[in-house]
Every structure is written in C-alpha cells, then in structure tokens.
Design a binder for this molecule. Structure first.
Ligand SMILES: Nc1ncnc2c1ncn2[C@@H]1O[C@H](COP(=O)(O)OP(=O)(O)O)[C@@H](O)[C@H]1O
Ligand SMILES: [Mg+2]
Length: 283
C-alpha cells in the first residue's frame, strides 16, 4: 500500500464530525493487517431477461491480497453491483467460485461488510440502533451490540448523533453511519458500491480520505465500485476496468506512483485516466 497518498483533509477538520471524536480518529493506530485474501476464479452469472438468459458476468478471475484495495470501474450495467453481491454472498455465481482466505463463499458472513450508494438506514430506528442491528444475526447481547455501535460511530466522528434519527442527518453523515454499520461486525473485507456518488464534491473528498484511512489502519481488503477515475486512483492499489455484454475484465492497472506527488505522479495519473477512458469508450 502507498504511504505517499496525500491526505488533504485531516480527520479533525471534518465539519460534520464531532470534534470530541477527533482524538480517537486523528491518528488511527496501525494494527496488523486483518484483511482476508479474496479470490475470484472464472466467475460467471446469467439472469433471465424476456425469456432468454443474458450473460451478465463472464470469466471474472481476480485476486486481492490481504490489505489490498481494488477499485472497479465500468459502464453502467456491466455487472459491477452484481459482482459485489456475489462477493458478499447475497447471490451465487452460475460458474466459477469465490474464495475468502481459501474458503468458499456460500452466503453472507461477518467477514464481509458492504456500503451502498444509498445509505439504506431504517428511518424508524435511531442511528445507534441501525448500526447495532448489524450484529443481531450474530447473537451478540444487546448491551454489547450498543457499546460496539457507539464505538464504531465514534470512529466515524458521529458520537453526537448516536441518538439521532436517520432523517436528521446530512447525506455525508448518513454514509458515515452506513460505514459504521458495515464495520461494526469487524469484517476483513469491505465492499463499497459507489459509496460517495450521491455526495457533494467536498464531502466526497473528505469521506474518500477517511475511508482510505480506515482501510489502511485496519489493514482491510477492499473492493470499491466507482464511476470517478480520480477517486479510483486516490483509493485503489489497482484499478479493474470492466466492459459490458457480457461484463468482463478488460484491464487491470496498478496505481503505484500515481498516488504520490510531483511530475512523475501527475504523468502516471494522466496515463491511467487515458487508459481507463479509452476502455470505457469515453475518449
Ligand atoms: N436479479 C437480477 N435479475 C435480472 N437481471 C439482473 C439482476 N441483477 C442485475 N441484473 C441485470 O444485470 C446487469 C448488470 O447489473 P448491475 O450489476 O447492477 O450493473 P452495474 O452495477 O455495473 O451498473 C443489468 O443489465 C441488470 O439489469
Ligand atoms: Mg451498480
């Protein structure tokens, strides 16, 4: 992982984070990487459409090392969300297999958490209960569920909003809660499906850095989908470019020095951007 990634917005400067949480989040402790290895081996998925089968994903082979962040970009409809649902275990591949640390994925489990573009919080339940709810299926006692939810909310700078209702939050705050909910069960793989797409540019940039900081300090393995090439470069160790009909991998780019500063980094960023836009047919 790159240590040269610029952090333009330090945690304590986040306007919608609680300053009381800053001490806990300003310098995240570096712990041993706990990310899992993720392996996709010739994964394919078909869906019925108008009486015929449409191949949505075909021959997806991809491996993420523990602690690595892969960012997936591709045209709308090329199967990116389907891919994340398969990794999460909400859906099964028709062909191929998905392994987490060598174990076959056959359903959702605590080792994988996900954040979607929309926060998907329950509006009738307080913020802390929304986060705690992620632990219900894992037979954690209620008191411990709430304690862990509050700790997770502190980490994303939202202690002051633990007792709020989702409707009282800004878009960025709601996504922080969704992040806390994804992390509360201590996953080893974090999946992010266009998590910042609905946010304004400033909030998006801050959350990018904050999420990158959490992924790095926890040593999580991450797979993120985005439409934003700059975001892909900022957050990804590698960028996986997909093509549609059927959804398949067209190119994998290593970001490497593109995440540093200086002219060489700038040149590499331009080169990556050109290659991605070429593959997406946008140039
Ligand atoms: N459960 C489903 N049943 C039928 N078709 C689906 C289903 N899920 C996704 N699809 C289709 O698969 C294709 C890829 O969808 P999706 O993975 O959401 O793409 P992306 O996230 O890249 O925009 C789309 O054409 C979509 O309509
Ligand atoms: Mg999608």
């Amino acid at each position: 992982m790159s240590e040269t990634r610029p952090i333009d917005f330090p945690f304590f400067a986040l306007p919608d984070a609680d300053p009381a949480d800053a001490a806990a989040t300003a310098h995240p402790p570096v712990v041993a990487a706990r990310g899992a290895a993720l392996d996709l081996d010739r994964v394919g998925r078909r869906f019925p459409l108008d009486g015929r089968e449409v191949e949505v994903l075909s021959g997806i082979s991809l491996a993420a090392a523990p602690g690595e962040t892969l960012v997936v970009v591709g045209a709308s409809g090329c199967g990116k969300s389907t891919l994340l649902r398969l990794i999460l275990g909400l859906d099964r591949p028709d062909t191929g297999r998905i392994l987490v640390d060598g174990r076959l994925v056959d359903g959702p489990d605590t080792d994988r958490g996900i954040v979607f573009q929309d926060h998907r919080l329950f509006p009738w339940t307080r913020v802390e209960d929304n986060v705690a709810h992620a632990l219900v299926a894992h037979s954690v006692p209620r008191r411990e569920r709430l304690a862990r939810a509050r700790a997770e909310l502190a980490r994303v700078g939202l202690s002051a909003h633990a007792r709020s209702w989702p409707g009282q939050l800004s878009g960025g705050q709601a996504q922080r809660v969704a992040l806390a909910r994804a992390l509360v069960a201590r996953p080893r793989i974090l999946l992010l499906d266009e998590p910042f797409a609905a946010l304004d540019a400033i909030t998006r940039r801050r959350l990018q850095d904050e999420v990158a900081g959490i992924i790095r300090s926890e040593g999580l393995t991450a797979v993120m989908v985005t439409h934003d090439v700059d975001e892909a470069i900022r957050m990804g160790d590698r960028i996986v470019v997909m093509r549609p009909h059927p959804g398949r991998i067209s190119r994998i780019l290593t970001t490497g020095e593109a995440r540093g500063t200086g002219p060489a980094a700038e040149t590499r960023r331009r080169q990556i951007t050109r290659q991605v836009l070429d593959d997406l047919g946008l140039r």
